[in-house]
Design a protein around this ligand. Sequence first.
Ligand code: APR
Length: 247
Amino acid sequence: MTGAGMSVESGIPTFRGKDGLWTRYGQPPMDGFKRFRADPVGWWQKQVNRQMDAHMVELRDALIAAEPHPGHHALTALEEAGALNHVITQNIDGLDLKAGLQNLIEIHGNRSRLRCLGCGERESLGDFVPVEPPEPCAECGDTVKFDTVMFGEPIPEDTMQAARAQIDLATCVVAIGTSASVRPASGLLWIAKSQGAKLIEINPFETKLTSICDVVVRATAGEALDQLAEIFATSAVQVSGDIAANE
Ligand code: APR
């Protein structure tokens, strides 16, 4: 399970904690989705006319410039080594995909995708930035928005079910760069623990999850994941059996 701290080393700011966007600009209103639903055309007009809040401009510019860092590539290497089954990311930056990760659940969506609120049909935008409000969904005619989950918007059912299914399978969950403060995504970490999974935290700072973790690694995502990938690449650890034995 990764959070905004996973992409700090790619130049994308966190939301909370030191230098976080919300720390510097204040928490945005929690009713973004309600406002979108009330006037989707007006919302899209503002978006295409670049009338965005200062924190959104900073975030957007960082997202455009960001590239995967060694930590993202380490996750891909761990997946290829059979040591990592799935990543659930709260990030919308798509950097895991750019680093070649195969088994990914983007629980808060992806900024480079559109999604229909009616049938859930998703369309990839690539690097294209909409310059006018998108047409209604070609499949069902309902409203289309960015795939990114807004404050107050329910996480799409299919995404939540997929994430919960992975949590139910997990014997070990590594919380990387997340303050574990936004439900329902962060709630999955407590569910994993309650179901007997080991919890590991990789975060330079303490979080509300720290006290229930079996292992705490006070390091950045890049530092810790690089070393972890190194261990699995060079040691005699036979990924499946040995992990179970080491449980
Ligand atoms: N490496 C790892 N972790 C880091 C690093 C780093 N280099 N730098 C900071 N962190 C940690 C911080 O200590 C903090 O615990 O990353 C965490 C970021 O926390 P948040 O900003 O709250 O991000 P996140 O947990 O992903 O927030 C969840 O909240 O605003 C919503 O939708 C948004 O997906 C986001 C959700």
